[in-house]
Design a protein around this ligand. Structure first.
Ligand SMILES: Cc1ncc(C[n+]2csc(CCOP(=O)(O)OP(=O)(O)O)c2C)c(N)n1
Ligand code: SF4
Length: 287
């Protein structure tokens, strides 16, 4: 597949600069005006383009939800899997195609609320995947129900008086499970997010990027957060970059402070390295 970047599309009016990675026949997309998923998606496409890695060596896997639709819009090998099952599907794909860069691109509800068990085991095994979670604090597609990431006290369609359950700190969970690369950005930090995704592609092992995002239609409206622009300005006001801190201290309180940055970047043997060491291929041949 030939690469075509922004520079080659200059002078071609009407074409999106990332059109070589977009299934334009699937447009218009389903995302609401002002939804942040598009920002994360375009950061991911930019990172793929700028990585200079052959497009044929990438695959994207998504679960179900508004974010999960991304797999249908990217012009790469891509898979739209069942709800909560993007990570086990991606694990199987990685085992079958170990040289491929596998990107899991999905929502917080999909990856953590229904799919949390798969997340922790893939991190524990250090499977070589790049997992990008669009955390908009809710189940956007199905009408804004409470999720395991919904902030304490926030209103959702199923917690009209406020959420009384404590949300997960996703980077802390990823770190506890064994992820070797962990960062968090908001949808305002587009350049840092794009660089982080590129860094994650070059990382050996399980990398995780949380993107604090907005769902103005469901979560934003219920919590009177204002327009999509108001929400992004609010993210700007309360975000603090703290690279290198322990993820347990990475506060995420949308009323006060959102700590962002790269929290973990370390080396550890991957699932495949340990497998080959303990069960070298000769063992299987029965030699
Ligand atoms: C097994 C199963 N349970 C429930 C659903 C209904 N469902 C579809 S999308 C969705 C929520 C997705 O939320 P999230 O992953 O946060 O993505 P968002 O829509 O917010 O981007 C749910 C519960 C489903 N499709 N399959
Ligand atoms: S419902 Fe929310 S998450 Fe889904 S497309 Fe609309 S704004 Fe985005």
């Amino acid at each position: 597949m030939k690469k075509q970047g922004a520079e080659e599309l200059n002078g071609m009016p009407g074409r999106h600069p990332l059109s070589s990675l977009l299934r334009e026949d699937r447009m218009p997309h389903i995302w609401c005006p002002g939804c942040d998923i598009g920002t994360v998606f375009s950061s991911c496409l930019t990172a793929i383009h700028e990585s200079k890695i052959d497009y044929n060596n990438f695959a994207m896997v998504s679960g179900i939800g508004c974010t999960g639709r991304a797999a249908g819009y990217i012009k790469l090998d891509s898979f739209h899997t069942t709800h909560g099952r993007a990570i086990p599907f991606a694990t199987g794909l990685k085992i079958a195609k170990p040289k491929m860069k596998i990107i899991v691109f999905s929502g917080d509800g999909d990856l953590f609320t229904i799919g949390g068990n798969h997340f922790i085991h893939a991190a524990r095994r250090n499977i070589d995947l790049t997992v990008i979670c669009v955390n908009n604090f809710t189940y956007g597609m199905t009408g804004g129900q409470v999720a395991s990431t919904t902030p304490f006290n926030s209103r959702t369609s199923t917690t009209p008086q406020g959420n009384f359950e404590k949300p997960f700190n996703l980077p802390y969970m990823a770190a506890a499970a064994g992820a070797v690369y962990i960062s968090r950005w908001t949808t305002l930090h587009v350049r840092r997010l794009t660089s982080s995704i590129m860094e994650a592609f070059n990382k050996k092992g399980f990398s995780f990027i949380e993107v604090v995002s907005s769902c103005p239609t469901s979560f934003g409206r219920k919590n009177k957060l204002g327009s999509p622009l108001d929400i992004i300005q609010h993210f700007h006001k309360i975000s603090v970059i703290k690279n290198g801190i322990h993820p347990k201290d990475a506060n995420l309180d949308i009323t006060k402070e959102i700590v962002v940055g790269k929290f973990v970047d370390m080396e550890a043997p991957t699932f495949f390295e340990l497998l080959e060491k303990i069960y070298p291929p000769e063992t299987e041949k029965g030699a």
